[in-house]
Design a protein around this ligand. Structure first.
Ligand code: ATP
Length: 218
C-alpha cells in the first residue's frame, strides 16, 4: 500500500489529567475522505485540534506526507497545506467576507493568495456574491460556507472539517455537500466529523468511529 497522507499511531491526549483521546491510530490515504463519527463529547474536536498542533499530545507517530508533525509548530500547518474548519466557525464578525477569507493569507504570507481566492470563488460563487458583506450579516449556514472558503486558502492537502453540517439548514447542507464532494475530486484528503452518518454516508470512503476517546475503523 502506498504511504498514507496522514498517519497517526498511539495518540494520547489528556486534559487536566483526564484522558480524552486514548491510543488513537488512524491512517488517511492520499486523496481520500474519511468520516469521523461520534456523539457529542466523544473527542472529535480534540482529535482535530491535536492534528492542528493545538493540544499537548503524546504519540508514537503523527506524520503528514512522511513528515513528523510532532515537531512542527501549530503555525507551520498552513505552509504544509493543512487546514481546519472549526465547528464554531470563528469568523471575525466586523470584517467583510473577503477579508475573513484572506486572513490566513495575510497571517501566513501565502504568495498566490489572489489566484487561490479566484479558485475559491469559482468553487463557491455565492461567497463571491456576498464578499463585501460583513460576516455578522450572514446566516449561520452562509457563515459555514465562508469558514470553509477561509479554510481553503491554506488548505491544499489535508482539510479537517469539524461538524460542517451542524446547525445548517437543508438547502445549504446540500450545497456544502456538493462543495466538499468537489474538493475530494480535486485530490484533497479530508477528515469530516459528524455526530451520526446523516450527511457523510454518501461522501466518505472510510469511516472511523470515536467513542469516549477510542477510535475504531469501520
Ligand atoms: P462536541 O461535538 O460536543 O464538540 P466532540 O466529539 O468534538 O464533541 P470534544 O470537544 O473533543 O468532543 O470533547 C471530548 C471530551 O473532552 C469531552 O468530554 C469534553 O468535556 C472534554 N473536554 C474538551 N475540552 C475540554 C477542556 N478545555 N477542559 C475540560 N474538558 C474538556
Amino acid at each position: 500500500m502506498s504511504q498514507p497522507l496522514l498517519s497517526i499511531q498511539n495518540l494520547n491526549v489528556a486534559i487536566e489529567r483526564i484522558p480524552i483521546l486514548r491510543d488513537v491510530c488512524m491512517d488517511v490515504p492520499k486523496g481520500s475522505m474519511v468520516g469521523l463519527i461520534g456523539r457529542n463529547g466523544a473527542g472529535k474536536t480534540t482529535l482535530m485540534r491535536s492534528i492542528m498542533g493545538l493540544m499537548q499530545v503524546e504519540a508514537r507517530k503523527m506524520e503528514v506526507a512522511g513528515e513528523n508533525l510532532l515537531k512542527v509548530a501549530a503555525h507551520g500547518r498552513a505552509s504544509r497545506g493543512i487546514s481546519y474548519l472549526p465547528e464554531d466557525r470563528r469568523l471575525i464578525p466586523s470584517l467583510t467576507v473577503e477579508e475573513n477569507v484572506l486572513l490566513p493569507a495575510w497571517a501566513n504570507n501565502i504568495p498566490d493568495a489572489a489566484k487561490r481566492l479566484e479558485w475559491i470563488y469559482s468553487l463557491m460563487p455565492e461567497v463571491r456574491e456576498f464578499r463585501e458583506r460583513r460576516a455578522l450579516q450572514l446566516s449561520g449556514g452562509q457563515q459555514k460556507l465562508v469558514a470553509l472558503a477561509r479554510a481553503l486558502m491554506p488548505g491544499r492537502t489535508l482539510l479537517l472539517l469539524d461538524e460542517p453540517f451542524e446547525g445548517v439548514a437543508p438547502v445549504l447542507s446540500r450545497r456544502l455537500t456538493e462543495v466538499i464532494a468537489t474538493l475530494r475530486k480535486e485530490g484533497m484528503s479530508i477528515i469530516l466529523s459528524e455526530s451520526d452518518d446523516a450527511h457523510s454516508a454518501d461522501l466518505v470512503d472510510h469511516v472511523f468511529r470515536i467513542e469516549r476517546g477510542v477510535v475504531t475503523a469501520g
